[in-house]
Design a protein around this ligand. Structure first.
Ligand code: ASP
Ligand code: MG
Length: 423
């Protein structure tokens, strides 16, 4: 079996869904095709603003109406005569409204609320697309990811219970053999053993596709994107991008870890374990070749790879009593980072200070600085850019830094990381 994943941008309008359906149609084989779909367009961002406690009165009503108009108009453009689909949308929206009105609107329940509400993006998109595929004569089963991908109750970052998930997905496999062209399911969402909805973290649909592929021992996973494949830099930051045709699994893991946004960091490991190739292809030019991640020794073509992270903050943490930064201090600092869920993008220590570069997430960083200040002296620089270059040369570094002062630099044989002020 093959697994396809379509992200929000590939289904953000009626035309986009038509295009996606055409790609699916071209790949129907004797075995069902497993298709994982995200929420349409920027729906997840919108839904985040409806979550009780975070929602602002007034704004929430406008957004709720936008959500409804957006999905209804896509559904009616795709299936003008289908009343059923409007009723299904109605049911999902009624369920969403009930949740928004009744979930306890406090900080303590926020993560739980988030998953119950935000999951409706994927439920809406897959409900509409499954009906549309069936209308086209593509025999499609809508499968509920909450019953397939089983997680613990770590809301907003559900951790997969692999044995329960494998059991559910194997059961599904038995049910679908020879009966469907397509099994369509939601990316990003899962469920606990006691039936609560969870999510796998933002942009987690790639990971969903990888989990399904792992459990099905799939032949391949294809992620359909708005770029021609795995590029050596984000085209938002870079004009002369080069497409990388072949990427070793470990290289893809490293790149995702450093922040390459083309694949979700957790995606590669499960499929690497089963040696399943991962293809990244363009839904805009679906006949072109794209990139493949697999059992290669080196990237091809060999070229420097760039990852830019903007809006970084560099914190320097110094003991109050002018003593050294030692393991006991580090233990306290890491305990705090772990407690607040802050990921360190780069760190460096000297005798007298410990520096960390983190995403400038205003809420969490404010708390971090406050808490650190009760024990240490803290200095920080904001509005920085973290640049990672794999397979660098000095000329490449000089070009990218473009005369900016370097606040911190780390170099290994393959990777250069630099922190500079944003341009
Ligand atoms: N819809 C989710 C998000 O936007 C999951 C995904 O797109 O992968 O984060
Ligand atoms: Mg997305």
């Amino acid at each position: 079996m093959k697994v396809f994943k379509f992200g929000g941008a590939s289904v953000n309008s009626a035309d986009a869904v038509r295009n996606m359906a055409q790609i699916v149609q071209c790949h129907i084989e004797s075995e069902p095709l497993v298709v994982v779909v995200s929420a349409m367009g920027k729906t997840t961002n919108l839904l985040e603003k409806l979550v009780p406690w975070a929602a602002k009165a007034g704004e929430a009503e406008v957004l709720r109406q936008q959500l409804e108009d957006y999905h209804r108009s896509i559904a009616s453009a795709l299936m003008p005569d289908n009343k059923d689909i409007q009723q299904k949308i109605d049911d999902l929206l009624t369920d969403l409204d009930t949740l928004c009105d009744t979930l306890p609107a406090d900080a303590e329940h926020y993560n739980y609320n988030y998953d119950q509400v935000v999951s409706h993006g994927e439920l809406l998109s897959t409900t509409i697309i499954a009906d549309y595929l069936n209308n086209l004569g593509i025999n499609t089963l809508w499968a509920d990811a909450r019953q397939l991908i089983k997680t613990d109750s770590h809301y907003r970052e559900g951790r997969v219970d692999w044995s329960a998930t494998e059991k559910e997905i194997k059961n599904l496999e038995l049910r679908i053999k020879n009966s469907y062209h397509v099994v369509l399911t939601q990316g990003f969402i899962g469920g606990t053993a006691d039936g609560h909805t969870t999510t796998l973290g933002r942009e987690g649909s790639d990971y969903s596709a990888a989990i399904l592929a792992y459990c099905l021992e799939a032949e391949s996973v294809t992620i359909w994107k708005d770029v021609p494949g795995f590029l050596n830099a984000d085209p938002k930051f870079f004009t002369d991008t080069v497409k990388i045709s072949q990427i070793p699994y470990n290289e893809a893991i490293e790149l995702a870890y450093y922040g390459a946004s083309v694949i979700h960091p957790k995606t590669v490991k499960p499929i690497q374990n089963k040696n399943i190739p991962l293809y990244i292809r363009s839904f805009i030019t679906p006949d072109s070749e794209g990139s493949s991640v697999g059992n290669y020794h080196t990237i091809s073509p060999e070229t420097p790879l760039y990852i830019f992270k903007n809006d970084q903050i560099l914190l320097s943490i110094l003991p109050r009593d002018y003593s050294f930064i030692a393991e006991d201090n580090l233990q306290v600092i890491f305990g705090l980072l772990n407690e607040l869920g802050i990921r360190v993008n780069l760190m460096q220590n000297s005798a007298l200070s410990f520096s960390i570069c983190v995403d400038n997430h205003p809420q969490r960083i404010g708390v971090l600085i406050e808490r650190l200040k009760s024990m240490f002296r803290v200095r920080y620089n904001e509005n920085l850019q973290l640049i990672t270059i794999r397979y660098y040369t000095q000329a490449v570094i000089d070009h990218i830094v473009a005369g900016r002062p370097i606040l911190l630099e780390q170099r290994s044989r393959t990777t250069e990381q630099i922190i500079v002020p944003c341009k």
